[in-house]
Design a protein around this ligand. Structure first.
Ligand SMILES: Cc1cc2nc3c(=O)[nH]c(=O)nc-3n(C[C@H](O)[C@H](O)[C@H](O)COP(=O)(O)OP(=O)(O)OC[C@H]3O[C@@H](n4cnc5c(N)ncnc54)[C@H](O)[C@@H]3O)c2cc1C
Length: 517
């Protein structure tokens, strides 16, 4: 049994920001950060475009950023939350600088501001096209300087501990007491007991197979919170990134940042027709959902596997300077962006919904907080404005910290049982897990993807039930392992996506069902 003051699940921007802040505040309290892979593996590490933040108050204003966010959210944002997050932005950005993150500077010595789809002004601070990598680097460096933070890589959170595990029947309020965690190095299941738990476990991209997210994005935190009976909302709002590098094999795909379209690239079909102006006056700079749906329509019309991003009319040296990572990746695949069009398709990218939290990052379960992509704060509504997610993670990590420093610790002592492994066997059935994972991903792509309909969603529900039963049976009888837990979590999350999709009867932002037309 490990006892800690603060258990943080996840080492992306959300979890690490909270850990740094609370550790700096309370040198006498211990913070345990667990993370299921290497310490830096996270969606954060792959963020390219940057952080949307209003710094230039002459051209830009909070009001413009607020307006852009509300437009993208298609009427479903919480206006108070939008106002709060955007106005907090500059302060949170300065903290990142303070912790040692570097951002690009323009020739006048100001922060170089990028512009992305849906933004009316240049306001995206960035570090070349590897902004997330730089933020993750700086936060990890700071965490390692703090003696009261213990960072445990390859520790997989299986379930949150609540009254359910304490055998308290019909509790008046649900509370979280920490988590059961699989130490992947030893196979042991640890009980980590914590006064406060912060779920910062990120997104769900891998549920769709074709995704910009790393394979660790399996919605574990959302599934754990759901099983613990926390409120979850808006799971139908999944953002598909319009332009990932087309790879016929599928899997985790390389993202061609929105900023490339902001830089002037055109979307063309195979014949060379620039099709976005046919659909939207903003053309390639329309918001992500619009661009993804337009590409989906073009692909369905033509039967082709991909469309193209044309950068051949752009200044190549300047492109190289802004997007060295993208330039090199294309080059490594024999695509010379000065002469060749880049083959692209949409892929699952970001979840707007998730665990419901209030402005202090509190979930509906006592002592359980959440921040980052795992949450539904009300900022994104039906669709996230590009580069608002790193911002949201920074702001909510700060808000949880601010709330917790004003709270008295609850010193009630509970006896927490160890994980029960009685009667389980070691599985050799990895094929069953892999096979069902592929089935799940195909199901979600085909029946609960960019353009949905009720027949297919109902079919998805039935097929999911079969996968659920098979995996649940396995889960009850074998010693748990990470791939099995991840698949179990993805099944829970898929269930939430399908159910919320069937409930919504109007198309909004990232949600598009042809039966609602
Ligand atoms: C390719 C790409 C480009 C992007 N570009 C931008 C951008 O330019 N601007 C922007 O604002 N946003 C961008 N985003 C989105 C943004 O990166 C994420 O929303 C944000 O980084 C999420 O941060 P997080 O801390 O919530 O989650 P993550 O960074 O994903 O971290 C989650 C952490 O939780 C851990 N974890 C998960 N489950 C468990 C478990 N069961 N047990 C233990 N640990 C667990 C993971 O290992 C990881 O450490 C991009 C995303 C991608 C994938």
């Amino acid at each position: 049994m490990i006892t800690t003051n603060y258990l943080v699940i996840g080492s992306g921007v959300a979890g690490l920001t909270f850990a740094v802040k609370i550790a700096e505040e309370f040198s006498d309290k211990n913070i345990t950060v667990i993370t299921k892979s290497n310490e830096d593996e996270s969606n954060t590490k792959y963020a390219q475009g940057g952080v949307a933040v209003v710094l230039d108050k002459e051209e830009d204003s909070y009001q413009k950023h607020i307006q852009d966010t509300l437009i993208a959210g298609d009427g479903l944002c919480n206006a108070t939350v939008v106002d709060m997050v955007i106005k907090e932005g500059p302060k949170r950005f300065k903290e990142l600088i303070h912790w040692g993150a570097n951002f690009d500077i323009d020739t006048n010595g100001n922060y170089d501001l990028g512009k992305e789809g849906g933004h009316s002004e240049y306001r995206v601070v960035h570090h070349k096209d590897i902004t997330g990598y730089e933020i993750e680097r700086a936060l990890l460096q700071r965490v390692h300087q703090l003696k009261n933070v213990t960072l445990l890589p390859h520790h997989f959170a299986i379930d949150l501990i609540t009254e359910h595990h304490l055998n308290i029947v019909n509790p008046i309020h649900l509370s979280c007491y920490g988590a059961y965690v699989l130490d992947e190095n030893t196979g042991d299941i640890l009980t980590i007991k914590a006064k406060n738990t912060v779920l910062a476990s990120g997104g769900i991209g891998n549920i769709y197979g074709h995704t910009t997210n790393p394979v660790i994005a399996t919605g574990d935190g959302i599934a754990m919170a759901y099983r613990a009976k926390a409120q979850i909302q808006d799971m139908e709002f999944i953002q598909f990134h319009p332009t990932v590098l087309y790879d016929e094999k599928g899997g985790s795909s390389f993202l061609i940042s929105e900023a490339v379209r902001g830089f002037g690239a055109y979307l063309r079909d195979k014949s060379g027709h620039r099709f976005m102006p046919d659909y939207d006056s903003r053309a390639e700079l329309a918001s992500r959902d619009i661009v993804s749906q337009c590409i989906d329509k073009e692909l369905k019309k033509s039967g082709e596997d991909n469309v193209y991003l044309d950068c051949t009319h752009l200044d190549t040296d300047s492109f190289k300077e802004h997007f060295p990572n993208i330039y090199d990746k294309c080059k490594s695949l024999g695509i010379d962006i000065a002469k060749d069009w880049i083959p692209v398709v949409p892929a699952s990218h970001y979840l707007c919904g998730g665990i419901v939290v209030d402005k202090n990052g509190k979930t509906s379960i006592n002592n359980l907080f959440s921040c980052g992509e795992a949450t539904r704060t009300g900022l994104h509504g039906a669709n996230r404005l590009a580069s608002n997610s790193l911002l949201e993670a920074l702001v909510y990590a700060h808000n949880i910290y601010k709330y917790l420093i004003t709270q008295e610790s609850d010193e009630t002592f509970y006896e927490i049982p160890v994980w029960n492994e009685k009667g389980v066997t070691i599985t050799k059935d990895h094929v069953l897990i892999q096979h069902n994972l592929k089935k799940l991903q195909t199901l979600m792509r085909n029946y609960a993807g960019i353009v949905r309909n009720n027949n297919q969603l109902n079919e998805a529900k039935n097929l999911l039930e079969i996968i659920y039963k098979e995996i649940d049976e396995l889960y009850q009888t074998v010693k748990v392992n990470t791939p099995l837990c991840e698949l179990r979590n993805m099944i829970n999350v898929a269930h939430l996506i399908i159910t919320d999709s069937l409930t919504r009867n109007n198309n909004k932002g990232g949600y598009y069902n042809i039966d609602n037309l």
